[in-house]
Write a protein of this length. Structure first.
Length: 566
């Protein structure tokens, strides 16, 4: 296979790439030596600074050196630097500022090559496609660069042009990384080590999807359909007549990068609200649509002047199956309930654990490890705390990270890192909990209705404190929760034949422990009263009755409802 044919490779294929480089050992060896020597030199420079006691003085120089090192090594290593640039809790601030420049301040390639790629891909001259085309790129990223242009029809657009010879460069790095991963995996002290080559393959698959701009355009339009009714999220339009596999033309977004706190504040935008939109939109992607943005770094998120959040760059996306979404909800419910035996079963279904895992040994370990974390106030909890505590289990038990979930975890920590750059005290769960609670309380799907029952009933006992806590959490961020629909669905379900055991459980719950639970009911009503007015509650009752009661009983109810004020 020639270099030209390798460049035409449309999908990542580890075997095809391995066959190509198997007899090009000199090229592989030279690249491996360059990578290893570059990092070894950097580590030696850091150690030398420590020996001389000048590490504080030379920090800025070393940070700049690291950025240049990653830039020189190319797209694969720039992607690694981009992930680190969103973690202020992992990377020192002086290094962080340099790594942030990797988002879109990379060296550009020549405009002559860019225009040649445009004309080759579109089979037309630049002048025939665009009425105006800025001669210099406005941003240069790891995989391509962006120009500002105007179509002959008048629309202002962004033109993404892919870097030359990108496929061969990515293929060589991925081949070397995969080869190294296969050798070092058995030596790692982690049980997830053997899945490293699969993780590299997943990363390679996503990279090849990301460099197919036609696929990115389709992803963008699909994402836009999912958020068509969301007034807080904006997605740019794709101009298909001017797009191809290595050129993408989309609507120009006039916004502020989400990590630019100064400009956001200067524009009088609500930073906390933008963070809420970002977190909730990702949860919707993950738990509702199952189609999520796998690269939400600051260069891909923009605050618009009207307070909305705009997403761009839909090259790296992933899809969750319906059963996976259901298992995720199950795991969340069991985690909140601290039902660790069922949580182990969820981990097995999600492929984090082998099917023959001994739950009897793992349940006490989960309880000991996560009890303090889950017992913290929501405001004092962040994703990093949970992952750090949970990682201690990986050393002792057969946990593994499926390749798909590696992207989810990366997206979560990246999103939390972006938020931390805006608000150092940010806690992702403080936003996520209210969203999940509202979904459990208001969603009409039978799946989530059953999960809600799983939370508030345990061992045939009604857990008053859990329902009360769920209601408090649901309005933590000050939002009103419209529970009329929930009341209607709940009453409709209670009147159905399948809810016979639930009706019995509710009657028992009101009188269990040989007393009437008047105080619990009073506290619940105090929480529900702002959202359930008598008229609204009666309307929900009538609506539920229409679905379940026979006409002989329903007619008096209907007549009574007409006497009440609208």
């Amino acid at each position: 296979m020639s270099v030209k044919r390798l460049e035409q490779l449309k999908r990542y294929d580890a075997q095809v790439i391995a066959r190509y480089y198997r007899w090009r050992w000199f090229q592989v060896a030279y690249r491996a030596v360059v990578v290893l020597f570059s990092f070894a030199s950097f580590c030696w420079a850091l150690q030398w600074d420590r020996w001389l006691g000048t590490n504080d003085v030379r920090t800025a120089r070393r940070a700049s050196q690291l950025r240049r090192l990653l830039t020189d090594l190319g797209p694969t290593f720039v992607k690694i630097g981009q992930a680190l640039s969103t973690r202020p809790d992992l990377v020192r601030q002086d290094f962080l500022e340099e790594l942030t420049r990797l988002q879109d301040k990379l060296p550009s390639f020549s405009n002559h090559k860019a225009q040649a790629i445009i004309e080759s891909q579109l089979q037309r001259s630049v002048e025939k496609v665009f009425a105006e085309f800025d001669p210099e790129p406005v941003a240069a990223a790891s995989l391509g660069q962006v120009y500002r242009a105007r179509l002959h029809s008048g629309e202002l657009v962004a033109v993404k042009v892919q870097r030359p010879y990108l496929v061969s460069k990515l293929s060589l790095d991925l081949y070397i990384i995969r080869w190294i991963a296969s050798w070092i995996a058995p030596l790692l002290p982690l049980n997830l080590g053997y899945s490293l080559p699969a993780t590299v393959d997943e990363f390679g698959t996503k990279l090849f999807e990301e460099i197919d701009y036609l696929n990115e355009g389709r992803n963008c339009e699909r994402f836009a359909r999912y958020f068509a009714d969301d007034d807080d999220v904006y997605v740019p339009q794709i101009y298909w007549k001017c797009s191809a596999r290595r050129v993408l033309v989309l609507e120009w977004i006039d916004g502020i990068k989400l990590n630019d706190a100064v400009s956001i504040a200067r524009s009088n935008l609500d930073i906390d609200n933008l963070i809420r939109i970002g977190v909730e939109s990702f949860l919707k992607q993950l738990l509702e649509h199952g189609f999520f943005h796998a690269d939400p770094h600051p260069g891909n998120l923009f605050a618009l002047r009207d307070g909305r959040l705009a997403f761009i760059d839909f090259g790296m996306m992933d899809q969750l199956e319906q059963t996976t979404k259901e298992y995720l909800v199950d795991a969340l419910v069991h985690l909140v309930n601290q039902d660790y035996s069922r949580l182990v079963a969820d981990f097995i279904k999600l492929d984090f654990l082998a099917s023959n895992t001994d739950a009897g040994q793992l349940v006490p370990a989960l309880d000991e490890t996560l009890q303090d974390v889950l017992g913290q106030a929501v405001g004092n909890f962040n994703f990093k705390i949970a992952t750090d505590r949970f990682s201690t289990l990986v050393y002792e038990y057969p946990f593994r990270v499926p390749a798909k979930f590696a992207l989810i975890i990366r997206s979560l920590v990246t999103l939390e890192g972006v938020a931390l750059t805006l608000t150092p005290t940010f806690r992702i769960v403080a936003v996520a909990y209210p969203y999940v609670a509202r979904r459990l309380l208001t969603d009409e799907s039978p799946l989530l209705r059953q999960r809600l029952l799983d939370i508030i009933f345990e061992d045939d006992r009604f857990r008053w404190e859990r329902l009360e806590s769920l209601l408090r959490i649901a309005r933590m961020d000050g939002d009103r929760v419209n529970l009329v629909s929930t009341a209607r669905l709940g009453l409709q379900y209670l009147m159905s034949d399948e809810a016979g055991s639930l009706r019995y459980q509710l009657i028992v719950a009101l009188t269990e422990d040989d007393r009437l639970h008047v105080e619990e009911i009073r506290r619940l009503w105090a929480l529900l009263a702002p959202d359930l007015t008598p008229v609204g509650l009666w309307g929900a009752t009538v609506s539920a009755a229409r679905e379940t009661l026979p006409p002989a009983i329903l007619d008096p109810v209907e007549r009574l409802s007409r006497l009440l004020p609208a």
